[in-house]
Design a protein around this ligand. Structure first.
Ligand code: PRX
Length: 635
């Protein structure tokens, strides 16, 4: 039996049982046999979900970049680590070997040190999908600085909120980004953000688009000259197992974004282990995940997971529609991609296009297809299976979260029989539980409830940066003794899990988590807005779109409604980013409220989804006449 690479269903069940019956032995064998340590741990793990506190491999010392880079050099030094595929197919692809990546990471790490970055400092990375992004992440890890990557589609306000929350002293950015035909001046966005973030002392700027930007004396520095004059050797900082590795922000249903903090050893072991199994990665495969490194998927399954396994990982700068809708399939043919990991929203968008785009390319290299970020609907699953996988590549529908650090529920390809829309079985070490509304665990099969996890796994986030109380309240208070995911799920007659979606006020739009409260806050800042409520409406491609119900102040009388809609969306773009713009805005005279003053979102959800025949229990509704009007005026 191999703990590390599961090859049959029987083996999966054996390994799973072992992981539950003897988690110490299970995880310590994996950690020992497949990773490099400077010092062995004293204790495999300890936990108490009531504090909550979780520790893995306590007492161990290591550096994750030694595991991602150094240890591969004597066997895979000349192997390609990263294939960088630029936005424009006419621009040359860059192949970075493990030797080259090691050198570039070390050089970058020296630049960070030269600029005064020390172990434990936070460094904010706001870069497009260019090699410097992966290199900057690894350079931080090399010297023990905590990276906080912010997706380069976020606005200056969103960026500044994140910089201030973690008190970053440096920002690494570029002059601009290429995405399809669009060039975005990223440095300009950083300049705006820094007006509100005085704690940032240094901005390193990578050159990518050559658009004109402003450089502030002393604060802003071009990266390349610094790299040119830096040493290329850099020994790695020795980190404790529980030293923070990174902070990554995710939306909450209320309040400001949550800086999920992940630590070093547990995250490393889990990222490496799950990558190997879920993608069935074998030496010389070419693996491609289309996510952005600004999200957890990119952290764990573009950078860390693949590199920990000495894999070749593709980084794509562009978008699926440029120069045409065949771009993904062309890249798969060109690089003979074996594992392809993307989001249902991309699959749905591409499935709408002519089949010519897929038929034109040779996709026979594919062995595994992955899906992540939201439930994959049956139609998209079949399209993916038939047209991309040609019914011979298993689809791994991987369920996980920023908070979980790695995949928790997923088929293992060529091992777990797949069923459309089911994430199937928990990976070894993961003990899911479904809870009913009274807080009791639903045992047995054919049940549906709120999805929790009742036992720690190595990559669980350890806290919300600077707010441990919020961490406890959000994840560990609904069901004492359990981690609550915020998702609903059902378990079918064979024990397969199907994720049914969020049960809180987080809406997933095109695979991006959006909390309703921050968007409502942005809207309510508009002078003419009295009150607002956002709900998700089912959308053919995006999964959900945002539908806003907005009550205006009397002062808005006579103002052009379409103009107001534009202004409101502009405000959302500025405060959060274009991904949070509303698809539909319905102005209403009031919002449906309970007698205690809570907005009845359930009713608004029904209106947005044109499903108002049965409104359910409305006995606590304070203002039924408002609801009638809202239904009549629905968009
Ligand atoms: O609702 C679940 C959904 O995405 C949420 C986590 O979002 P985020 O932290 O941004 O991480 C996304 C990438 C890991 C989950 O709570 N989700 C993620 N994967 C799936 C999913 N819903 C259904 N099926 C999935 N495979």
């Amino acid at each position: 039996m191999s703990n590390y690479h599961i090859k049959s269903l029987e083996e999966y069940f054996q390994v799973y049982r072992k992981s539950v019956n003897d988690p110490e032995l299970f995880w310590s064998e994996i950690a020992e046999e497949h990773f490099t340590w400077r010092k062995h741990w004293n204790n495999v793990f300890s936990w108490d979900f009531s504090i909550p506190e979780v520790k893995w491999f306590e007492g161990a010392e290591l550096n994750i970049t030694e595991n991602c880079l150094d240890r591969h050099l004597h066997i895979r030094g000349e192997k390609t680590a990263i294939i960088f595929e630029p936005n424009d197919p006419e621009e040359e692809t860059e192949y970075i070997t493990y030797n080259q990546l090691h050198k570039r990471v070390c050089t970058f790490a020296n630049v960070l040190k030269d600029e005064g970055v020390k172990k434990g400092d936070r460094v904010c990375i706001y870069l497009p999908m260019i090699p410097e992004l992966a290199i900057a992440v690894l350079a931080c890890a090399r010297i023990g600085a905590i990276h906080s990557v912010v997706f380069a589609g976020f606005s200056s306000t969103a960026l500044s909120t994140r910089i201030n929350d973690c008190d970053a002293k440096m920002v690494i950015t570029s002059d601009g980004s290429f995405r399809g035909k669009k060039i975005t001046n990223l440095k300009g966005i950083v300049d705006d953000a820094l007006k509100e973030s005085p704690g940032v002392k240094t901005v390193l700027v990578a050159k990518r688009t050559n658009n004109k930007i402003k450089m502030k004396k002393k604060r802003d520095k071009w990266l390349q000259p610094l790299l040119d004059s830096a040493y290329t050797d850099c020994s790695s900082e020795v980190m404790d197992a529980e030293d923070p590795l990174f902070i990554l922000y995710t939306s909450g249903s209320t309040g400001k974004p949550k800086g999920m903090m992940h630590t070093t050893a547990g995250y490393m072991v889990y990222a490496g282990y799950t990558f190997k199994n879920v993608f069935n990665y074998t030496e010389n495969d070419v693996y491609w995940c289309t996510a952005d490194i600004g999200w957890i998927t990119g952290h764990t399954y573009i950078v860390y997971g693949p590199l920990l396994n000495g894999a070749t990982t593709v980084m794509f700068e562009g978008v699926p529609s440029y120069p045409d809708y065949g771009r993904f399939w062309q890249i798969i043919e060109e690089h003979k991609v074996n594992q392809f990991y993307t989001a249902p929203t991309a699959i749905r968008a591409l499935a709408k296009e002519d089949l010519e785009y897929t038929a034109k390319y040779d996709l026979s290299s594919l062995k595994v297809l992955g899906s992540v970020g939201e439930p994959i609907n049956e139609e998209a699953w079949h399209w993916y299976n038939e047209n991309i996988g040609k019914k011979k590549s298993p689809i791994v529908d991987t369920w996980w979260q920023t908070e979980t650090g790695g995949i928790l529920i997923s088929p293992i390809p060529y091992v777990t029989p797949t069923t459309p829309t089911f994430a199937t079985l928990p990976l070894p070490g993961i003990q899911p539980a479904l809870m009913d509304s009274e807080g009791k665990e639903l045992k047995g099969n054919q049940v549906e409830g709120n999805l929790c996890v009742k036992f720690p796994w190595p990559a669980i986030a350890r806290t919300i940066w600077g707010n441990h109380d919020r961490y406890r309240d959000t994840y560990f208070s609904a069901y004492p003794g359990m981690y609550f995911t915020g998702d609903g799920a059902m378990r079918d007659e064979v024990g397969y899990y199907r994720i049914t979606g969020r049960v809180d006020d987080v809406i997933i739009v095109s695979g991006h988590n959006l909390g309703t409260a921050p968007i409502e806050d942005a809207i309510n800042e508009h002078m003419e807005v009295a009150e607002s409520a956002i709900v998700g409406a089912t959308h053919e491609i995006k999964g959900n779109s945002l539908y806003g119900f907005i009550t205006l102040k009397p002062s808005a009388n006579g103002k052009d409604r379409d103009e107001l809609r534009l202004e409101i969306n502009r405000m959302i773009s500025e405060r959060i980013g274009p991904i949070a713009k509303l698809d539909k805005i319905q102005f209403t005279e009031g919002l449906p409220k309970t007698r205690s003053g809570k907005i009845m979102r359930r009713i608004l959800r029904k209106v947005a989804n044109k499903d108002t025949n049965d409104l359910g229990d409305t006995s606590t509704l304070l203002n039924p006449e408002v609801v009638k009007n809202i239904i009549n005026e629905a968009l």
